[in-house]
Design a protein around this ligand. Structure first.
Ligand code: AMP
Length: 430
């Protein structure tokens, strides 16, 4: 029988890669916390309706990419395709903005979209994201972009472009939509089949197309920047002025619309320019979504801004730094495999070291001494503690420093302190 396989597009992260994942997650947590954002954790699964209402019925995600199922209680549930909807739902449900005027949250975790798997595009992928609720000022738009960029720097990613645009408030978008339809409708036959379908459903998304038939007519399409109301324009100009003041390099891209329905005014995207990602080069994106809360609850008027970045893509783009070698200790039994009391002594010593905070390895198969030594050598143990009949009789432990090729006998009662002092010397000289 064939061995079981993971679902295509859903990946295992093996222990040697987890080291990099954790570094990336830790960097996100500490960067967000420096900006006053606090971690939130929401379920991976929500009522399907939440995503239909927030992301929008006519988006690719809702139309064809959601993992939706009916549970035993006949409820339609969906594995979250992104983090914004669940976080906004949680903020509403817990009346967070009744308790504080502005809330800054961040999250990280798995997201699910039934897309065609490719390099950098998966069905289960991971996002880190940040959201700020209750502030409609352009300063927080700029702060969100600054936070995203600081995070890239923390990861050592330096080859990227920040693209920004404003798609205006709801009224602006409605007017711009009309002018897009008026422009594209006479060209209908020349558009790709996908864009023909978008013409009635979501004409803004035509601007996202990479199809040569669409690219031929997109540059002359009405620019959203010409459709902005004076208030939208003033908001956008301030965002750009703040980015200038922060020293953030950006490009204004009037063609940037982003896939989800809930955006208003500022939208942005960060693309990798190092070629490490191939076609899927968007590291992340976000923007303002002042209408989202009202979609979820008609009385809620909460301005909001946020972004999300793809962890798998950040890992592809980030330089691989050597993982520092860890100070590890091994305890080995210098006798054959049937000596229960000796093995018990080895386990007890390892337990004591672990309780004292020392990473300790025991080859619990307890084969020959030679075999145990080969294993701990492969693992790169710095210190090997040997317990055998002689040591037990004398009440000592033989401590072998593998790097210094030194061997000493240490009293059993002092061995934990001895190892800890060697460990701290090794830590501080690293
Ligand atoms: P979005 O929520 O679509 O704005 O996506 C934000 C970021 O998440 C993207 O820029 C990607 O880095 C990442 N992302 C989105 N979809 C996928 C996917 N299917 N596989 C891997 N990463 C993804």
């Amino acid at each position: 029988m064939a061995i079981p396989q993971a679902v295509p597009g859903m990946n295992d992260v093996l222990p040697r890669e987890v080291v990099r994942w954790r570094a990336l997650e830790d960097a996100f947590r500490s960067t967000c916390e420096r900006y006053g954002y606090r971690e939130v954790r929401t379920p991976v699964c929500e009522y399907t309706e939440l995503f239909q209402r927030s992301i929008g019925e006519v988006t690719d995600i809702v139309q064809k990419e959601m993992y939706t199922f009916t549970d035993a209680g006949e409820r339609s549930l969906t594995l979250r395709p992104e983090g914004t909807a669940g976080a906004a739902r949680a903020a509403l449900e817990h009346a967070v903005l009744g308790a504080e005027p502005v809330a800054r949250w961040f999250y990280l975790g798995p997201m699910f979209r039934a897309e065609k798997p490719a390099r950098g595009r998966f069905r289960e992928f991971h996002q880190v994201g940040a959201e700020c609720y209750g502030d409609d000022s352009p300063a927080v738009d700029a702060e969100a972009i600054d936070l995203a960029v600081s995070y890239l720097h923390a990861l050592g990613i330096s080859r990227y472009t920040v693209r920004v645009n404003s798609i205006g408030s709801a009224a602006t978008r409605a007017a711009w939509r009309e002018s897009l339809v008026a422009y594209f409708a006479p060209l209908r036959e020349t558009l790709s089949p996908e864009s023909q379908a978008r013409l009635t459903r979501n004409p803004m998304r035509i601007l996202d197309s990479k199809d040569p038939r669409d690219l031929a007519v997109i540059p002359q399409a009405p620019s959203v920047l010409d459709a902005l109301s004076p208030e939208d324009r003033a908001h956008f100009d301030k965002v750009l002025a703040f980015l200038d003041a922060l020293g953030t390099t950006y490009t204004v891209d009037p063609g940037l619309v982003r896939g989800l329905d809930y955006y208003t005014r500022t939208v942005f995207e960060i693309v990798d320019t190092s070629d490490a990602l191939g076609a899927q080069n968007a590291l992340g994106g976000g923007g303002r979504y002042d209408g989202l809360f009202t979609e979820l609850s008609p009385d809620a008027h909460v301005p909001a801004v946020g972004f999300a970045m793809g962890v798998e893509r950040l890992l592809l783009a980030a330089p691989v730094r050597p993982v520092p070698t860890r100070f590890a200790v091994a305890v080995v039994a210098a006798a054959r495999s049937d000596e229960t009391s000796l093995h018990a002594a080895v386990l007890a010593l390892a337990h004591e070291l672990r309780t004292a905070g020392v990473e300790t390895y025991v080859d619990t198969r307890f084969k020959s001494m030679k075999s145990q030594m080969r294993r701990v050598d492969d693992l790169g143990a710095r210190l090997v503690l040997v317990l055998g009949g002689n040591e037990l009789a004398r009440g000592t432990v033989t401590v072998r420093d593998m790097a210094a090729h030194l061997q000493t006998d240490v009293d059993r009662g002092n061995v934990v302190a001895h190892v800890r002092s060697l460990a701290s010397t090794a830590e501080s000289s690293r």
